[in-house]
Write a new protein. Structure first.
Length: 311
């Protein structure tokens, strides 16, 4: 007979990165609700319909984003579901919680980089010299060329790179799902330049580096360090308010601009649902205007004269 709590069992089903994220959210909820931390496991199992609405209202008042609120509510519903299966909650609790709708959110506020901005940042990084700079170049290359999340990039090991297939394997991405990333040639060239300095000893693919180039293969470049690197580098180039996730948006938008079908983009981005991919689609009005200009219903063997004045 297991002694694990429903909360612990739910967390065990998640990837390491998701475990950290959900644990952080649940601790934040405990503080908002003024729960004692050592009572968190029991409190989560006891959440009913009324208290769930109260928790959602408190998160909203604390200005949590709609996405964060919805993710926390999904976690709560699943924890209570596990509790019911362990006879520590009522099935009616589970049914009532399932009737709570997700919080609606507006258009995604992130902004992808333009092709000119991507060229500028890569040129800027290539101009820097040394081991630390080479590592930074491969970080931006991987973000822009594969659409990795920063938690995924941080967790990559040297063994995840296959030089023969020119791929990287994300062993446990979001939702604890693995996927294979095919490397564009320019990305792999920057990766090989980095590996020449890093060498082929086992450890983290993008390991921790000091400013002087001293490498620590057993320590990753943390998600926090990746966030600061992207923010600071783009700020140096006069581009403010850019995060690593904006580089992921750049990757997705650029694929769509190059007419890659959206389901392929979904798989490359590691999205479970195609509706998530559409949120990242930041193609502008100019792209839609171009698409509209190409639309006609004339058979290919019957060309017509084009022009605004024709009828």
């Amino acid at each position: 007979m297991t002694t694990a709590t429903p909360y612990a069992l739910y967390l065990s089903r998640l990837s390491i990165n998701s475990q950290r994220s959900i644990s952080s959210q649940m601790r934040s909820i405990a503080r908002l609700m003024q729960w004692q931390e050592d009572c968190l496991d029991d409190k989560l199992c006891q959440i009913d319909y009324q208290q769930a609405l109260q928790i959602r209202a408190v998160m909203t008042h604390a200005q949590w984003s709609a996405r964060s609120i919805n993710r926390a509510m999904i976690a709560i519903k699943n924890i209570v579901k596990v509790a019911a299966l362990m006879n520590k909650a009522d099935l009616s609790q589970v049914a009532n919680l399932q009737t709570i709708n997700q919080v609606k959110h507006g258009e995604h506020q992130g902004t992808p980089l333009s092709t000119e901005q991507v060229t500028a940042v890569l040129d800027y990084l290539r101009a820097q010299k040394g081991t630390f700079a080479t590592r930074n170049l491969v970080i931006f290359s991987l973000f822009l060329g594969t659409g990795l999340r920063r938690s995924e990039l941080s967790a990559l090991m040297l063994s995840d790179y296959d030089a023969n297939l020119h791929t990287l394997t994300v062993a446990a991405g979001k939702g604890n799902k693995s996927r294979t990333l095919f490397l564009p040639e320019w990305v792999e060239q920057n990766l090989l330049a980095w590996l020449k300095l890093r060498q082929r000893q086992q450890g983290y693919l993008v390991c921790k580096s000091t400013l002087t180039g001293k490498l620590k293969l057993t320590e990753p470049t943390s998600p926090t360090a990746l966030y600061r690197l992207v923010k600071d580098t783009l700020y140096e180039l006069g581009v403010d308010n850019v995060s690593p996730h904006d580089l992921r948006r750049t990757f997705i938008t650029r694929l769509l601009e190059q007419n890659v079908d959206i389901n392929t983009v979904r798989q490359m981005a590691g999205h479970a649902d195609i509706s998530t991919t559409t949120i990242y689609d930041k193609r502008d009005h100019a792209f839609m205007k171009q698409a509209a200009a190409m639309l006609d219903y004339i058979p290919p063997d019957k060309p017509i004269k084009r022009g605004r004045g024709s009828r």
